[in-house]
Design a protein around this ligand. Structure first.
Ligand SMILES: *[C@@H]1O[C@H](CO)[C@@H](O)[C@H](O)[C@H]1NC(C)=O
Ligand SMILES: *[C@@H]1O[C@H](CO)[C@@H](O)[C@H](O)[C@H]1NC(C)=O
Ligand SMILES: *[C@@H]1O[C@H](CO)[C@@H](O)[C@H](O)[C@H]1NC(C)=O
Ligand SMILES: *[C@@H]1O[C@H](CO)[C@@H](O)[C@H](O)[C@H]1NC(C)=O
Length: 518
C-alpha cells in the first residue's frame, strides 16, 4: 500500500478522528467534536504530508499528541466562554492585550503548540507550563505585546538575548521553545498573578480561571467567589523578577498567600506611590517581632555586627558624613530569618535563596541624625570585580523592605522621604514647594535642631514637601530600586529625615538583590 496516496490522506485521518473521539470521551464532553473533526482532518493531513517522517513515526506522533491533548483537557477543565485573560508586561498597570481564554486554549492553538514538542510535557511542571503558555500567548498577543514590529509577538519580550538576561539560580531548568519547527529557540517568560504568585502548573491556571468564572452565576451557583472578571497575568522575561504594577494611589493588592503577623488578618500591599513604586505592607511584621529585632541588635557585642556608626559604599566600609545613623547587622537571628523568608514570598521570587538577600540591618537614628537622599542601587565601582549592571547580566539591589520599630509623632521627624513622590493627605493644589516648606520649617520650633545651611536642614525641607512616611511600630514599607527591565530607578531616591526628638527612632532594612548578592 502506498502511504502517500491522496486516498490515504483523506480517509486515514477520518477514521483516526472517529476512533479518537470514540476512545476519548472527554473530547465529546467538551462539546468540541463537531468543530474538532474538520480541524483534525487538516491537522493530520498536514502531518501526513511531512515526507521526512516514516508512517510508523507519523502514527505514533499523532497518537501521543492526541492523548496529550486529552490530558490537557482533563487538567484545564471546562472554561466559561466569556472568561478572559489580561496579559501585562511585568510591572505594567495597563495590559497589552485582553484575550478570551476559550480562544487562547482552543483546539488548533493547543495542538499546533504540541506539534512543536518531541513528547508530551508534564502538565504539572512549572518550567514546561512557562514554555507552553509563552508559545501559546506569542501568537495571540497582538502587536501591542511586541517589542519589535518586525517580529510581532511575545518572544522578544521574554527572551532579551544573552547580554540582557541575568542568570538566575534556576536558569538551566528553563524550557526553550520554538516558533516554527526548524526555527531558533527562545527562552520563555514566567507568569504571575496580580498578587505576585507565580504560575506553577496547568492545574493552577485552571484554579485561577475558575476563580473568576465562578462570578458568573449560571456557571457555579452557590460557590463563594472573590471574583475577578478578568484574570490578570504578568509576563516576566527570563532572568528577571516579578514587580508589582500599581494602578493608582490607595489601591490595595491582596497577598493571601503570604503568612503575616496576625493570622486572622490578611496581608495586603497599599499603594503609596505609583512611580517610584512604594507600598505599605500591611500586617506583615508583628510588634513582637520588631521588638525582638531591636533587642537582639542592642544585645549584639561582636565587633562587625554590633550597633555602630553606619557605613556606605560597595565595600561597606566607608564612613559617610551624609549618613549619621548607627547600624547593626542581624545575619542569622531567628526573627530576622523568618522575616527574610516571608519577604521573599511577598516579592514573588519563588523558593527562598539566602544569597539574594542582604542581612537585616538595624538602624538607629538619634536626636538630629539623618541619612541624605540616596538610591539603594549601588553605583559601579571601578575597583570592584562585581558586575552591577542590572539592566544587562549583572546584579544590583532590586527591592528594599523598611521595618519601623517605634512610633514617632507627627512633625517629630524620622520619616522616610521619597523625593519624587507627593504626600497622600495633601490635595494637589495644596502641595508645598520647596521654598514654602523651607520658610515653614524656619518658623517652626524644630529649626533650632538644625544647623543653618546644613544638608540636614535641606533634607528636612524635602521631608515637609514630599511623601514622608512616618515611623510606626511594626509598619513595613516596600519599594523598588530597579525598573522592571533591570535599569536603575532614579525616581526611587529617598532619605531618612532628621529626628527632632531625643527619642531614638529605630528601624530595620533588608535589601534584595536581582541575582546573587556580593
Ligand atoms: C482558535 O483561535 C484562533 C485565534 O483566536 C482562530 O483563528 C481559530 O479559528 C480558532 N480555531 C478553532 C478551531 O476554534
Ligand atoms: C494569586 O494566586 C494565589 C495562589 O493561587 C491566590 O491566593 C491569590 O488570591 C491570587 N491573587 C489574585 C489577585 O488573584
Ligand atoms: C538634641 O539636639 C539639640 C540640637 O542640636 C541639642 O540642643 C540637644 O542638646 C540634643 N539633645 C540630646 C539629648 O542629645
Ligand atoms: C519626643 O517624643 C516623645 C514621645 O513621642 C514625646 O513625649 C515628647 O514630647 C517629644 N519631645 C519633643 C521635644 O518634642
Amino acid at each position: 500500500m502506498n502511504w502517500r496516496s491522496p486516498v490515504i490522506y483523506l480517509i486515514f485521518p477520518y477514521f483516526l478522528a472517529v476512533a479518537i473521539i470514540y476512545c476519548f470521551p472527554n473530547l465529546q464532553d467538551n462539546k468540541i467534536s463537531s468543530e474538532f473533526l474538520p480541524l483534525w482532518l487538516s491537522y493530520t493531513s498536514k502531518i501526513l504530508q511531512d515526507k521526512t517522517k516514516s508512517p510508523t513515526n507519523l502514527v505514533s506522533e499523532i497518537s501521543w499528541q492526541v492523548s496529550c491533548y486529552q490530558q490537557f483537557l482533563d487538567k484545564i477543565g471546562v472554561i466559561h466562554p466569556t472568561v478572559s485573560v489580561a496579559l501585562h508586561f511585568n510591572g505594567q498597570a495597563e495590559p497589552c492585550n485582553i484575550i478570551i481564554v476559550k480562544e487562547l486554549l482552543n483546539d488548533s492553538n493547543v495542538l499546533s503548540t504540541l506539534r512543536l514538542l518531541d513528547k508530551c510535557p508534564d502538565w504539572e511542571s512549572q518550567y514546561f507550563t512557562d514554555s507552553f503558555l509563552t508559545r501559546l500567548l506569542h501568537d495571540l498577543s497582538s502587536l501591542a505585546c511586541s517589542i519589535e514590529d518586525q517580529h510581532p509577538g511575545l518572544h522578544q519580550f521574554c527572551d532579551r538575548g544573552l547580554k540582557r538576561t541575568p542568570i538566575l539560580r534556576d536558569h538551566r531548568l528553563l524550557v526553550p521553545y520554538k516558533l516554527t519547527e526548524d526555527g531558533p529557540s527562545y527562552l520563555p517568560c514566567h507568569f504571575h498573578n496580580a498578587s505576585g504568585y507565580r504560575l506553577s502548573s496547568v492545574s493552577l491556571l485552571r484554579e485561577w480561571i475558575q476563580d473568576m468564572s465562578c462570578q458568573q452565576e449560571d456557571y457555579t451557583a452557590g460557590k463563594t467567589c472573590r471574583g475577578h472578571p478578568t484574570l490578570e497575568l504578568y509576563a516576566v522575561p527570563a532572568g528577571r523578577h516579578f514587580m508589582f504594577a500599581p494602578k493608582y494611589i490607595g489601591e490595595i493588592i491582596p497577598l493571601p498567600h503570604v503568612p503575616g503577623a496576625d493570622p486572622t488578618q490578611p496581608v495586603n500591599l497599599e499603594v503609596l506611590s505609583v512611580s517610584p513604586r512604594v507600598f505599605d505592607l500591611v500586617n506583615f511584621v508583628s510588634k513582637q517581632e520588631s521588638e525582638d529585632l531591636v533587642e537582639r541588635a542592642l544585645a549584639e557585642t561582636r565587633e562587625s555586627y554590633r550597633l555602630q556608626r553606619s557605613t556606605t559604599g560597595s565595600n561597606g566600609r566607608e564612613i559617610n558624613r551624609y549618613r549619621t545613623s548607627e547600624t547593626a547587622f542581624d545575619a542569622a537571628g531567628e526573627t530576622a530569618m523568618n522575616i527574610k523568608r516571608r519577604s521573599f514570598a511577598v516579592l514573588g521570587m519563588g523558593n527562598y535563596i539566602e544569597s539574594y538577600a542582604d542581612g537585616v540591618q538595624i538602624l538607629r537614628y538619634r536626636n538630629g541624625t539623618a541619612y541624605q537622599k540616596h538610591l539603594d542601587w549601588i553605583e559601579p565601582n571601578t575597583r570592584s570585580q562585581h558586575n552591577y549592571d542590572s539592566a544587562g547580566q549583572g546584579s544590583n539591589r532590586f527591592a528594599t523592605l523598611l521595618l519601623y520599630m517605634n512610633d514617632i509623632e507627627a512633625n517629630q521627624g524620622g520619616e522616610t522621604v521619597f523625593a519624587n513622590a507627593w504626600p497622600l493627605d495633601v490635595a494637589e493644589t495644596k502641595r508645598l514647594s520647596l521654598e514654602q516648606a523651607k520658610s515653614q520649617l524656619l518658623e517652626s520650633e524644630f529649626s533650632n535642631f538644625l544647623t543653618q545651611g546644613s544638608w540636614e536642614e535641606d533634607l528636612a525641607v524635602w521631608c515637609r514637601s514630599r511623601l514622608a512616611i512616618r515611623p510606626k511600630s511594626a509598619r513595613t514599607v516596600l519599594f523598588y530600586s530597579q525598573l522592571p527591565d533591570g535599569q536603575k530607578d532614579e525616581s526611587s531616591q529617598h532619605g531618612a529625615c532628621p529626628v527632632f526628638n531625643t527619642t531614638k527612632v529605630k528601624y530595620g532594612v533588608i535589601c534584595w538583590w536581582s541575582t546573587e548578592s556580593l
